[in-house]
Design a protein around this ligand. Structure first.
Ligand code: UDP
Ligand code: MG
Length: 351
């Protein structure tokens, strides 16, 4: 069905009484006007066609350094449904999503990126699928990742294969953070106490009935990706470590393996002594030492990953700091302009 067909017929019963949209943003000043131009007609269309009775849009500013908050305040001046949630510091995309999910009041909640790589035109189809298939989660899958570049697309492929095999999470390949969830799912997510969250894995782990829609992942129309190779590796480590302790077992096996190897070498060199054969070589000794040293460091590193997470969890610091929630449309123009500097002054004075 096309977008016009799906929105053209007025529904008698809405799929959602209140649809909440949660969008994490970090340094996205250039893409936000483009997002609003494309998103608003679709959300208004959902309301006027009776798909949803009303909607709210929660844009979570993840401690941006550029003019993102100001731009949001300008764009929201005549959009009463738009609320801006400001995190005091950059907490990362997953925690920004968590902050939005906690504030969302809708009976259905959508999470999506701000950069239009997730096409907003899919929203009516997602609601329709949830209603027709009676599921709690509608995932979206972007199988073709040409827009992401060769290396990132390959890394993404390897990531999904690894988390399936190693972490044992039944995640479908290339299912991202653009999804629709029922209130039951959001309540279950909000109840999870952990700080290191990878929502795309937590969702299949929770195991609610779901359906997946495919879409093409477009190129970013403005701005640039925040996921460099080191940051992608950190997400991979978070994904594995928060779902399985298998790497700890591998470390033990590796230790056992090198133990057996050194026993064999000891037996071999004893035999050589008895037979009067000289054993040449500092070089081979040095290689052995560095080999075993390397394995020990790898095992310590694996252990460190887990201990580090235990440490962070027992510190019990708040995962994010929600500085304020504002609805730009209800502010007076002079309040909107004063807004940012006021927040900055408060930061400086520490109140
Ligand atoms: N994002 C965020 N906090 C961060 C990094 C990213 O809120 O620390 C947001 C970003 O503004 C965007 C979404 O998360 O709306 C996805 O980020 P990005 O497009 O950089 O990721 P990619 O699509 O390249 O994987
Ligand atoms: Mg993106």
């Amino acid at each position: 069905m096309t977008d016009n067909e799906i929105l053209g017929t007025r529904r008698l019963t809405p799929v959602a009484e209140l649809l909440s949209l949660v969008i994490p943003v970090f340094d996205e000043q250039d893409v936000l006007p483009l997002l609003v131009d494309r998103l608003r007609p679709i959300l208004d269309g959902l309301e006027s066609s009776g798909f949803v009775s009303e909607y709210e849009l929660l844009v979570v500013d993840d401690g941006s350094h550029d003019r993102t908050v100001e731009v949001l305040h300008q764009l929201g001046a005549d959009w009463p449904q738009l609320q801006v949630l400001e995190l005091r510091r950059n907490a990362g995309q997953q925690l920004a999503i968590a902050a939005g999910l906690r504030e969302a009041r809708g009976d259905w909640v959508v999470t999506m990126d701000a950069d239009l790589q997730d096409p907003p035109e899919l929203l009516p189809h997602m609601l329709d699928a949830a209603d027709a298939r009676q599921v709690d989660v509608v995932y979206t899958c972007h199988a073709d990742r040409d827009s992401d570049g060769w290396l990132k697309a390959r890394m993404a492929g390897a990531y999904y294969r690894m988390v399936r095999r190693v972490a044992g999470v039944p995640v479908e390949p290339h299912v991202g953070d653009f999804r629709l969830m029922s209130r039951a799912v959001v309540t279950a997510l909000n109840a999870l106490p952990e700080r290191h969250r990878v929502h795309r894995l937590l969702l299949p782990w929770l195991g609610f009935p779901s359906v997946t829609l495919n879409h093409t992942r477009d190129k970013r129309p403005a701005g640039k990706t925040h996921y460099s190779i080191p940051r992608l590796l950190k997400v991979t480590a978070d994904s594995v470590v928060s779902f399985t302790t298998a790497p700890l077992r591998w470390a033990t096996l590796l230790g056992l393996g090198t133990g057996v190897l050194s026993l064999l070498l000891a037996a071999g060199s004893a035999a050589a002594q008895v037979l009067g054969l000289s054993i040449p070589g500092w070089a081979s000794l040095a290689v052995m030492i560095t080999f075993i040293g390397g394995i020990q460091l790898i095992c310590t590193g694996i252990l460190g990953e887990y201990i580090g997470r235990v440490f962070v969890e027992v510190q019990r610091r708040p995962a994010y700091d929600l500085a304020r929630v504002t609805s730009p449309a209800s502010l007076q123009p002079h309040e909107r302009l004063a807004h940012r500097s006021e927040a900055e002054q408060r930061d400086v004075s520490g109140t």
